[in-house]
Design a protein around this ligand. Structure first.
Ligand SMILES: [Mn+2]
Length: 298
């Protein structure tokens, strides 16, 4: 067990993460993993009356945004905090952001939750920065396997109060998917994930909504990735008895964006993700026991 005061110190002074040795890093990751392993692929959380859940979108190594979000959380004190993934790659402080989220999970496992984004994958890390940063710091590339194993334990979706589905990218083409994974724990499917579930997980992490589209079509993002239109979105939600979808994965200049008659909310929590010349506010979703709202927080 990591001692709690050490994790608290990391959260308060993330610059200390630069000096973190591999053994200590591995200890933190293993502890987070053992918590994730007991969670299901599909989390089900219940927000109490007069309480809120804060849903946080892509961070991508933006430590400044993450720190400001944590300050707001401290002040507003929501019941749950759910990160929709893409904590690493691209930004300046990727390891710091990942370790802060893991430390919060270890310290408050029933309050902080993390879902897996398309950047919680080794393939993306090899192209977008995290793999290089990690190997520069820890010298040996075989050590990255602790990160790969961590990713495999992270849940991919959450349903809040039976009406709001939260995930990184979008709905999968398989409408039975949520039913199929509902009772599965990641540790059960880790070794031999059936292809049908692999495809569903992939699409949940990657798919994007598209206004004006009917059905599913292929995406410029790559093979196996889909755009989904309003008709299939509404069918999916009805079949699964859900009202709202909250997702991240796309950065919009205005901050949060509603799709599909106010039933799909897209958020993104890294401010000025493309630099100050193409600004965007950091946005989150706030869910209470019966509504979903978007908010540009800074
Ligand atoms: Mn993404």
């Amino acid at each position: 067990m990591s001692d709690n005061s050490f994790l608290q110190t990391l959260i308060k002074n993330p610059e200390k993460i630069a000096d973190l040795g591999f053994d200590k890093l591995r200890e933190i990751i293993n502890e987070a993993k053992s918590i994730f392993k007991e969670e299901k692929l599909l989390l089900e959380l219940n927000i109490e009356e007069n309480q809120e859940a804060y849903i946080i979108g892509d961070i991508h190594g933006n430590l400044n945004s993450l720190k400001r979000i944590l300050n707001i959380i401290k002040k507003e004190n929501p019941q749950f905090i759910l990160f929709l993934g893409d904590i690493v790659d691209r930004g300046q402080f990727q390891l710091e952001c990942l370790l802060i989220v893991l430390a919060l999970k270890i310290l408050y496992p029933n309050r902080y939750y993390l879902l897996r984004g398309n950047h919680e994958t080794v393939e993306m890390n090899k192209s977008y920065g995290f793999y290089t940063i990690f190997n520069q710091k820890y010298a040996r590339s075989d050590r990255f396997s602790i990160i790969r194993d961590l990713y495999k334990t992270i849940p991919i979706s959450a349903i809040l109060n039976d009406f709001a589905l939260c995930l990184h990218g979008g709905i999968p083409e398989n409408f039975e998917f949520l039913t199929e994974i509902r009772e599965l724990q990641l540790k059960e499917v880790k070794k031999n994930i059936p292809d049908s579930i692999k495809e569903g997980i992939y699409q949940i992490m990657w798919n994007d909504p598209k206004q004006g589209l009917t059905g599913f079509t292929g995406s410029f993002r790559g093979p196996g990735i889909k755009f989904y239109g309003q008709d299939v979105f509404e069918d999916f939600m009805e079949q699964n008895d859900l009202l709202y979808l909250v997702r991240s994965h796309e950065c919009f200049p205005e901050g949060y964006r509603w799709f599909f008659k106010g039933k799909l909310l897209s958020i993104f929590s890294s401010k000025n993700y493309r630099g100050e010349s193409m600004p965007n506010p950091a946005s989150i979703a706030i869910i209470n026991d019966n509504t979903v709202r978007g908010k540009n927080i800074f």
